[in-house]
Design a protein around this ligand. Structure first.
Ligand code: NAD
Length: 484
């Protein structure tokens, strides 16, 4: 273990925890780059040393396989740490900007300063990634942080609450376990930024709490992310990738393709290919596959099984309540706008994939634009014209061609929603920008005193200088406005 390892856990009421984080930030310890680097390295050590325990917790909460846990959670955060460590100096260095001639020889810089104390409220579906990626971004920017993991993934929440204080600076980084009462108590405190990931209903509660202290809020929400399959798509590869995107983590992924849009002919061609893709990923009986996850809670299991219309199942549909297993399921939808069409009402957030027929490209774009702006929009096509149309004519948090989920793995891309799918974005440099303030710093020598040219009295000479140098663009001298 590293020298940053500590043995005791942070404890106390939410108010006491926030007060300790505030005191740590006010002491200035979190600001120097060496502290930030040490925290990121310690977090990396935590993940590497406890990879197995983390995988066990994720298996207990969500039935994730160890490999999936590494790809989408532990390894994801490790890669994000490495990328951040590589670029932190450049991202946080003061940036010189040119000053106008009238302010020469002044010097202007943009200085990134940490915000203060950041609250991270995380959901249960990727409980490691969605706690630790915002945490490491906020630490990289020099903040103190309070993290509230989801109580719906209790094994992971417990593990993080036990391990984080052993590795990270216990005065500045805190994990608060609990559910609604604890989150409500935290939201009553003053933070300098609230970073919330989860559903939109709680997002509204978070937003309502923020004005009390004028706290800026990032909302990482969800919604229905469509996948349009054009007639010219490579259907064999498309089907495999749709299966991967939809059934990873048993569909409990905010950027999973929620439903498929395609022409009747393409849907008919896709059906057997998707069924085959499910078999090749998870075998004839996915309940026996160690690679296939489980539904997180009884409530979500009931919700998901209740939305499957067994008369319209293309493949799948079997379930087992005792193990919260729901087979990868594909259903056909005839009337997506019918109010009783449950699979098309809200985000599915589980292993049910509706197939919806649209006539053509224009109809697909109209379908997408007729609904809330999605977190991700996927288009499978080999046509640059189709790519251009979707890029120009739709709005979404992200737009990806021929591959679902993968945009998260591009560290230079901002990750976030737009409209109902969220506000604000993070990952890599975008995290450092999100969790810091770009402070304008202007420094003028007192001599020569060039401000004399823009100070009254405005003599004829000064007016000429103002028109030519200080505030150029003013062509004619206007008459002096009447006084009073
Ligand atoms: P959840 O139930 O775990 O809730 C998220 C957090 O909000 C938890 O920490 C919980 O304790 C807290 N919370 C719940 N109710 C609260 C209340 N009444 N007051 C205060 N705090 C409360 O997770 P969830 O919302 O079910 O997560 C799933 C949703 O999150 C989906 O819509 C999914 O699309 C979205 N999501 C988005 C992203 C993203 O990055 N944009 C990532 C993952 C999940």
């Amino acid at each position: 273990m590293t020298e940053t390892v500590r043995e005791t856990r942070a404890a106390g009421t939410p108010a006491e925890v926030v007060a300790r984080a505030r005191a740590a930030f006010d002491s200035g310890t979190t600001k120097p780059r060496p502290w930030r680097v040490a925290q990121l390295r310690a977090l990396r050590t935590l993940l590497v040393e406890h990879e197995l325990e983390v995988a066990e917790a994720l298996h207990a909460d969500l039935g994730k396989s160890a490999t999936e846990a590494w790809i989408t959670e532990t390894g994801f955060v490790v890669r994000e740490i490495d990328h951040t460590l590589r670029h932190l100096r450049a991202w946080t260095a003061p940036r010189r900007v040119p000053v106008p001639l009238s302010l020469a020889p002044g010097r202007a810089r943009v200085v990134r300063e940490p915000l203060g104390v950041v609250l991270v409220i995380a959901p249960w579906n990727y409980p490691v990634q969605l706690c630790l990626t915002p945490l490491l971004g906020a630490l990289a920017a020099g903040n103190a942080v309070v993290v509230k993991p989801s109580e719906i993934a209790p094994a992971t929440a417990r593990l993080l609450a036990r391990l984080v204080p052993r590795y990270l600076d216990r005065s500045a980084v805190h994990v608060v376990e609990g559910g609604v009462p604890e989150t409500t108590a935290l939201l009553a405190e003053r933070f300098d930024h609230i970073f919330y990931t989860g559903n939109g209903a709680v997002g509204r509660i978070v937003l309502e709490a923020a004005p009390r202290h004028l706290t800026p809020v990032t909302l990482e929400l969800g919604g229905k992310s469509p996948a349009y399959v054009a007639d010219d798509a490579d259907l064999a590869v498309t089907a495999q990738r749709l299966v991967w995107g939809k059934f990873t983590n048993a569909g409990q992924t905010c950027v999973a393709p929620d439903y498929v849009l395609a022409s009747r002919a393409t849907l008919e061609a896709l059906k057997p290919l998707i069924a085959q893709g499910i078999r090749s990923a998870f075998g004839e009986d996915p309940s026996q596959s160690t690679e296939y996850g489980r539904i997180v809670s009884e409530r979500h299991f009931e919700r998901l099984t209740g939305m499957v219309d067994h008369d319209r199942v293309v493949t799948g549909g079997r379930s087992d309540a005792s193990s919260r297993y729901l087979e990868p399921t594909v259903v056909e939808v005839d009337d997506p706008d019918h109010p009783e069409q449950l699979v098309m009402r809200d985000e599915i957030f589980g292993p049910v994939l509706p197939l919806v027929e649209v006539d053509d490209l224009d109809a697909a774009i109209a379908f997408v634009n007729g609904r809330e702006k999605p977190l991700a929009l996927y288009v499978f096509t080999s046509s640059s014209r189709v790519r251009q149309r979707f890029t120009r004519d739709t709005s979404s948090g992200a737009l990806a061609f021929n591959v679902p989920l993968a945009h998260l793995a591009v560290p230079g891309l901002p990750f976030g929603g737009v409209g109902a799918s969220g506000t604000g974005a993070y990952h890599g440099e975008h995290s450092v920008e999100l969790f810091s303030h770009a402070k304008s710093v202007l420094s003028m020598p007192t001599r020569p005193d060039t401000t004399v040219w823009v100070r009254p009295p405005f003599t004829a000479l000064k007016q000429q200088v103002i028109a030519r140098v200080a505030v150029p663009g003013r062509r004619r001298r206007s008459p002096a406005p009447p006084l009073g």
